[in-house]
Design a protein around this ligand. Structure first.
Ligand code: ZN
Ligand code: ZN
Length: 255
């Protein structure tokens, strides 16, 4: 499984791009950054998008991806999967013919550019050769993590934005994760803000890892704010966990 980091930042700046990961050139995990990284041809390969939650830093480029598809090939469509809260937020607030055209009805309601697919946490489903399972996580807005397994049985867990959890680690039990992509948004001193907003600090991450029965082969860290990067990097080092790696925009990792 190849994972390309289109963006792994919680803010947008000339040197920092919003959250998005591309799996095997065709499956998108979140949609914060697409058009500034992927050319039209690369965008046309994307057929499926898994959204963790509806915060703008995770969905910002979805409307523009839909528009590019409409411009180049109206016969193609994009399936966007998430829990019902996220799907209804997209319908009400984005594809509502006010903020952006309703691509769930363009060119026709029967064969639209965007098909919104409501999924349920805990229930596995198939997406383009991948087996996917969503798990509820603890964030300021309704949100899920995704376990993605490819045909070679490689397993990636992407938590999206999350604070401390228990249920997900119980559900995964002894599952062998080849990679975990999880967040550390804030440094340790901002623990209270992190808990309130549903985010992790380095020490809170360590507590999450202690709840796991088996540590993932590699732990990739995303969603830090550039202003705290050095601090977070230092505090992650102090955890003394050898297989933690801070992600960078543009990274490509083979899992
Ligand atoms: Zn969020
Ligand atoms: Zn976020």
């Amino acid at each position: 499984m190849k994972v390309k980091v289109l963006g792994c930042s919680a803010v947008e700046l000339p040197h920092a791009r919003l959250t998005s990961f591309l799996v095997d050139d065709r499956l998108l995990l979140d949609a914060g950054t697409i058009g500034t990284v992927l050319h039209e041809k690369q965008q046309s390969k994307v057929r499926h998008v898994l959204l963790t939650h509806a915060h703008l830093d995770h969905i910002k480029d979805l409307p523009f991806l839909a528009d590019n598809i409409a411009l180049h090939n109206k016969n193609r469509h994009l399936k966007v999967y998430s829990i019902s809260d996220v799907i209804s937020a997209l319908k009400t607030n984005i594809f509502n013919d006010i903020v952006w055209p309703d691509f769930t009805k363009i060119p026709t309601s029967e064969a639209p550019i965007i098909r919104l697919e409501t999924i349920r946490a805990g229930k596995s489903f198939k997406v383009d050769g991948f087996r996917v399972t969503a798990y509820e996580v603890n964030h300021a807005a309704p949100a899920v993590a995704y376990l993605i397994e490819d045909k070679k049985q490689k397993k990636l867990l992407y938590t999206g934005d999350t604070g401390p959890n228990t249920k997900i680690w119980q559900s995964l039990d002894t599952t062998h994760l080849h990679a975990l992509i999880t967040e550390v948004s804030l440094p340790n001193i901002q623990k209270n803000i992190a808990l309130k907003a549903g985010h992790l600090t380095p020490v809170l991450l360590k507590k999450e890892l202690e709840k796991m029965k088996r540590l993932p082969d590699t732990i990739f860290i995303t969603h830090f704010k550039p202003v705290y990067k050095k601090k977070v990097q230092q505090e992650l080092k102090e955890l003394n966990i050898s297989n933690i790696r801070l992600l960078k925009d543009g990274d490509v990792h083979e899992i």
